[in-house]
Design a protein around this ligand. Structure first.
Ligand code: URA
Length: 204
């Protein structure tokens, strides 16, 4: 394990703890967990009741489904990294408000930089719209988008999949695709480079 990453994560968590300008101070900071060397980083919207209680992301019913969808493609929770954009629970599990997302999102680039994932999976539309402001979850779930050398692949929120069997079916297919994209990441990256060289050459 990369101990410098562990130390950087601890520093960032401490810094967020100390920042009392962050909203939702009445609930616990749920920083994130998983492998600091993960290739895949799941980013949800905000903790719920169980996450607040355990100070761990995605441990309630939606989290159990996330674990199951990972298991179905042969992945273990400990191999990935899981966090949220808003890192404290909004009361009564309401959606995070724009000013809450705004306040917490300034810490996200550093969180991502430390982990250095190949693939970011925004879980649900709030997280998706942070990366892809004009994307629509019903149209763009399971598609992949390049952000520099990282792939962003939005998924339906697992809470939505719990309520709607059609969304659960779509999510299962999206996870199969996610595994394929991860397995072919280097090849996809090389192809993309080749295409951009070709495009540049055609301009010359
Ligand atoms: N939903 C989220 O978006 N994040 C969690 O951590 C739990 C449920």
């Amino acid at each position: 394990m990369d101990t410098s990453k562990e130390a950087a994560l601890q520093r960032l968590e401490k810094e967020m703890h100390a920042d009392d300008s962050l909203p939702l101070q009445e609930s616990n900071l749920v920083f994130g967990e998983g492998s600091p060397d993960a290739d895949v980083m799941f980013i949800g919207e905000a903790p719920g009741f169980y996450e607040d209680r355990e100070k761990r992301p995605f441990v309630g019913r939606a989290g159990k489904l996330l674990d199951k969808l990972m298991e179905e493609i042969g992945w273990k929770r400990e191999e990935v990294y899981i966090t949220n954009i808003v890192k404290r629970r909004p009361p009564d599990n309401r959606d995070p408000l724009p000013h809450e997302i705004e306040a917490y999102k300034k810490y996200l680039p550093e969180h991502i930089r430390i982990i250095g994932p190949k693939i970011i999976v925004p879980v649900g539309r709030f997280a998706m719209n942070y990366f892809l402001p004009s994307a629509q979850i019903s149209r763009d779930h399971g598609k992949y988008f390049w952000m520099r050398d990282m792939i962003v692949m939005p998924m339906y929120h697992t809470a939505a999949a719990l309520r709607n069997p059609a969304i659960l079916d779509a999510s299962r297919l999206d996870f199969v695709k996610l595994k394929e994209v991860k397995d072919r990441y280097e090849e996809l990256k090389a192809k993309r480079r080749e295409e951009s060289v070709k495009q540049t050459e055609s301009l010359l």
